[in-house]
Every structure is written in C-alpha cells, then in structure tokens.
Design a protein around this ligand. Sequence first.
Ligand SMILES: C[S@@+](CC[C@H](N)C(=O)[O-])C[C@H]1O[C@@H](n2cnc3c(N)ncnc32)[C@H](O)[C@@H]1O
Length: 247
Amino acid sequence: MVVTTAHKPDHQQINRAKSLSVQLGCKYIPRRHFRFIEDEVVVITERNGISAMKNGKHLFFHPSLAVLRKSNFELGQRDYLIESLSLKGNEKVLDCTLGLGSEAILIAHFLPEGKVKCLESSKIVKMIVENGLQEENLPDWVVDASKRIEIYEGNYKVFIRKSREQFDCIYVDPMFEHPELKSAAMNSLRPFADYSGITNEDLEIMKKITKRIVVKARWNDSIFEKYKFDRVVGSLKSNIGYGVIEL
Ligand SMILES: C[S@@+](CC[C@H](N)C(=O)[O-])C[C@H]1O[C@@H](n2cnc3c(N)ncnc32)[C@H](O)[C@@H]1O
C-alpha cells in the first residue's frame, strides 16, 4: 500500500497524505513521482476526502445510492430492506457488512432514536466510508443519520462470537456469489472487499444476540436454498432478496 495525492494538490492534501502514510505504516509518494503498480492499493488524498485505487478501480464514498433509495421510498416505492427490518425507530441494529455504507445510512435514517453499529473487515473500505461521512456538502439528512452510525474495523464472524451486546436486528449483506457487474459502485468496491460468505453456524451464533436477522442475496445465490428463513422478500426484477429470520 502507498499514499499519494490527487493531481495538483494543495498543502492540506500533501500534509494529509503524509500523516495518513504514518497512520497506515506505508510510504508517501508525491504524485509527480507516482506510478501505478498492478495489485498495489493506493490511497489518494483528494480536495474533499480520500479515495483508493487498485487495478484501475477507483473507490470513493458517495451517498447517491442511499439518496436514491430514500427518495424512491418517499415516492411510495417499497424498500424491501426497510420492510424486512420492521423498524419502530428506536432499535439497535448491527450492520455486519458496511461496504459503501449506503444501507447503513438508509437504516439510520429510519432510526431517529436508535443506532447502527457497523462492521467492515477491509481497513481501506472502512477508512474511506468513515471519512466520507465527515465530508462537507452531504445532504442534511445524511449528516443527521450519520450521527447514529458507529463504524468499526473488524470481521463480523469474530465479533458475533465474542459479543456480549444484544441487537434488535442484525443485517448481513455479503458479496454476492453471482455479482451484478453492471453496478459501478460495487465494481469499485470489489478489489478491496472481503469475500467470506455466511454460514449456518454464523446464523446460529447471531440468534443468541438478536431477535431478527436479515440477509441479502441475489435470488440465484445459494443462500436462500441452503439456510432456513422464515420468509424471503424482494423484487424478482431487481434479482435481490432479503431473507428474514424472526426469533
Ligand atoms: C456487498 S458489500 C455491502 C454493501 C453495503 N450493504 C452497502 O450498502 O454499501 C459487502 C461488504 O462487506 C464486507 N465484508 C465481507 N465479509 C465480511 C466480514 N466477515 N466481516 C466484515 N465485513 C465483511 C466486504 O468487505 C464488503 O465491503
């Protein structure tokens, strides 16, 4: 891993890149001397935030998917994640797979008096999303929702086995077995993501610390066949389902 800046950086970007390189324990290379190397993770300080590149894929935070889903919901469209979580507004939700943070933001929006604890095993993904949620110019409702989001770097499989905390809901959105290659946002996440799926043992452990589990998968992934859900909701058109276990 190395750290550099975007082209034509200002002093702030350069200083930020230098301190990030210390924090991440890797080299800082000024942009004018920098060359991309295959498989190397490059952290880039931008004018507004940080991004990362690997093998030509550019990962940065953007709340657009959360914004789209919230506005679709307000226009009367069903949001199967929000439906399957069945929130009252004061729950404590564990989002095991933060990813780009879009669904954590959406969930937090529907929890005016609750909170969302998020786990992400990729250091880079966690850093970019956590940082992105502090950017200026985010919509007010995203800023408000982000106050109820806590982000931790960690593997949810380890966390659930040690946790003494109880959650009203646990949400898991592992990387799909059959990826949707048309999703630009997901394509940028892919080189940085953890691909460990979910097992029956994970679900059994989760049952000890929650009253509801929701797992997202594509209809043609094996999850809905392999594990027992009380129901699976979602639209066939989007090819995405949410398996619900209620305890
Ligand atoms: C499909 S993405 C989640 C997308 C997310 N729901 C969103 O709204 O952007 C899956 C994310 O979970 C992370 N992940 C996969 N397995 C994990 C694990 N065992 N523990 C923590 N994070 C994990 C991946 O690195 C990836 O960033």
